[in-house]
Design a protein around this ligand. Structure first.
Ligand code: UDP
Length: 325
């Protein structure tokens, strides 16, 4: 299969490109390198392009005529989205519309979309399944939710089929050590804890200790990046075979607190980290845990790296590589 991977130079996109190529597919990366790295694209053709540039998207789709498009290119910081909603609606929504409209023009009708647990907002119940109400709390979550809604209209009107995958907390790194997480600024807990352990940062701040959880820190569902990508591959196959639009929540179904993450990081690295107590981060729900049984049943998805130790071990291997190069 030939897949156009938009945002293929980013954290999740680059792992996806590697998996597509390792599985014998043809992956073409389309990325503006605003936060990705061309050296993270480990194969296939690379197009330096921006989704604001409609002619560039048309050109890529016309030239390659892919069987499907996977779309990973978006801004991801919740706090920033609250301060600068214009940036998020422009890139995550308007630019995605450019891509979808181009797909219709070029007759490319299969779409895999990176969505997020942030479409659900404050959980009404845990674990969160696909039927959970979608009431996003911030422009980031809303920009993704808006795309999900538009996709339903586009299917009805233009026959564009899509699978939306709502990620909980993507984490870890490719076990080969060739790829990992490189965000600037880094805001995610696991890489920040490991940077504080490796010495790239001085300490780690815990954002709040009086949540209604057993140890008072927030609980999240960390899913290994390779498992996340394997769900995309299965979703792609299913979409091309069944031609049926679906939405899936992707997580481990197990929650770990911020304190547990820090303890596992210390255990895996055999080093201590300096912990600072900080205030709660705005908009952080106490618990976010996925019910991913639909993806397991319907896609026959079976995550391989479910324990936090393995996720941490792979992330640590990547962090060691960053400090040694
Ligand atoms: N967190 C923290 N300190 C940090 C970064 C994150 O305590 O420096 C907490 C954050 O409040 C949340 C959890 O770690 O409860 C995971 O945050 P992250 O930003 O990694 O992912 P999110 O859940 O926001 O997508």
């Amino acid at each position: 299969m030939k897949i156009l991977v938009v945002g293929g130079a980013g954290y999740i996109g680059s792992h996806m490109v590697k998996m597509l190529i390792d599985s014998g597919h043809d992956a073409i990366t389309f990325d503006n390198l605003s936060s990705g790295y061309q050296d993270a694209v480990l194969g296939g053709e690379f197009i330096l392009g921006d989704l604001a540039d409609i002619a560039a998207i048309d050109m890529a789709l016309t030239k390659y005529q892919p069987d499907a498009v996977m779309h990973f290119a978006s801004y991801i910081q919740v706090g920033e989205s609250v301060k600068h909603p214009d940036k998020y609606y422009l890139n995550n929504f308007t630019n995605t519309m450019n891509l979808l409209n181009s797909m219709i023009r070029c007759d490319v009708k299969n779409f895999i979309f990176s969505s997020t647990a942030a479409v659900f907002g404050e959980p009404v119940y845990i674990p969160i399944d696909e039927a959970h109400p979608r009431i996003p709390l911030n422009p980031y979550g809303r920009s993704k939710w808006m795309v999900e809604e538009v996709l339903l209209d586009y299917e009805r009107a233009y026959g564009l089929q899509s699978i939306c995958l709502r990620y909980f907390n993507a984490a870890g790194a490719d076990p080969s050590g060739l790829l990992g997480e490189r965000h600037y600024p880094e805001t995610h807990l696991i890489p920040l804890v490991l940077q504080a352990i490796s010495g790239r940062k001085k300490d780690i701040t815990v954002f709040g200790r009086n949540y209604d959880t057993p140890d008072g820190t927030c609980i999240r569902d960390y899913i290994h990046i390779v498992d996340l990508c394997s769900a995309h591959l299965l979703a792609l196959n299913k979409l091309l075979k069944d031609k049926q639009s679906m939405r899936f929540n992707l997580g481990n179904g197990a929650g770990f607190s911020v304190q547990e993450v820090i303890s596992v990081a210390e255990q895996v690295t055999k080093k201590k980290v300096t912990v600072i107590e900080g205030p709660k981060r705005e908009g952080d729900p106490a618990r976010l845990v996925a019910d991913a049984s639909l993806a397991k049943q319907y896609l026959a998805w079976s995550p391989k790296y479910v324990d936090l130790e393995t996720i941490m071990t792979h992330a640590w291997q990547w962090e060691l590589k960053q400090i040694n190069t």
